[in-house]
Design a protein around this ligand. Structure first.
Ligand SMILES: *[C@@H]1O[C@H](CO)[C@@H](O)[C@H](O)[C@H]1NC(C)=O
Ligand SMILES: *[C@@H]1O[C@H](CO)[C@@H](O)[C@H](O)[C@H]1NC(C)=O
Ligand SMILES: *[C@@H]1O[C@H](CO)[C@@H](O)[C@H](O)[C@H]1NC(C)=O
Ligand SMILES: *[C@@H]1O[C@H](CO)[C@@H](O)[C@H](O)[C@H]1NC(C)=O
Length: 192
């Protein structure tokens, strides 16, 4: 029953995604009547492959905590409430899982609402490419059923020393409850 519910929810999510234009619009930010433009903008993808009991080699994330009514192999019922997932996902410049990664998205998410898929994210983009070295740190609520969700860029190191801004997340694709591809539109409003 819970499974059927999540399949229905995913189907709904699919309808929302397929009805959307590919890039989120950027919100106009004003301060004292002046329009503030981001000092840096990057669009990147990251790929989350959740361990499901069969894909140990391929998985990039794992359920490490589950509520009493669930287990650590399959995301729990009741909108996965109580599940804690740790990830180390490849970051790519385009939407291809097999593109050369420019870094890793490392951190965790927790599902924190029982009646609708909602998570809380805390993670870093750790860049290791010729173009970027350093990290960006992200945190915030992720109401997954929304087409776009804004989370905070709370800081950075290296090339992103002291950076701050907003990251708009979009679920770009998913396969069952194993593979999730997220598009991240990063807008930094503080650059050093
Ligand atoms: C985990 O829960 C799922 C769904 O309730 C169940 O099908 C599966 O057998 C459980 N796995 C383990 C290892 O307990
Ligand atoms: C960064 O990339 C270089 C070149 O591919 C590699 O030698 C190095 O181990 C990487 N560093 C980290 C921290 O992943
Ligand atoms: C999610 O969508 C709802 C309804 O469109 C909106 O009211 C809410 O502000 C959105 N939340 C976030 C965090 O984007
Ligand atoms: C790893 O998982 C992804 C996403 O589900 C899939 O496209 C890919 O073929 C898998 N690779 C292997 C080697 O199983």
């Amino acid at each position: 029953m819970a499974c059927l519910k999540s399949i229905l929810a995913l189907f709904l999510l699919f309808l929302i995604i397929s009805g959307s234009d590919s890039m989120p619009r950027s919100k106009t930010v004003r301060r004292g009547g002046r329009i503030i433009k981001p000092c840096k903008r990057m669009v990147l993808y990251f790929h989350d492959i959740i361990y499901n009991g069969k894909n140990a080699k391929n998985a990039t994330s794992s359920i490490v905590g589950a509520p009493a009514w669930g287990n650590k192999t399959i995301l729990a019922g009741q909108s996965h409430f109580g599940d804690v997932v740790i990830f180390d996902d490849p970051i790519t410049l385009d939407n291809n899982l097999h593109s050369t990664p420019v870094g890793r998205a490392q951190g965790f998410y927790i599902y924190d609402k029982k009646d609708v898929f909602t998570s809380w994210l805390g993670f870093s983009f750790v860049f290791n490419s010729t173009e970027h070295k350093g990290s960006l740190n992200f945190a915030g609520a992720d109401p997954l059923m929304n087409k776009t969700r804004d989370i905070s860029v709370i800081g950075g190191t290296g090339d992103f020393f002291m950076a701050r801004g907003i990251a708009t997340l979009m679920t770009d694709a998913f396969e069952g409850e194993v593979y999730f591809r997220l598009c991240v539109d990063i807008k930094l409003y503080e650059c050093w």
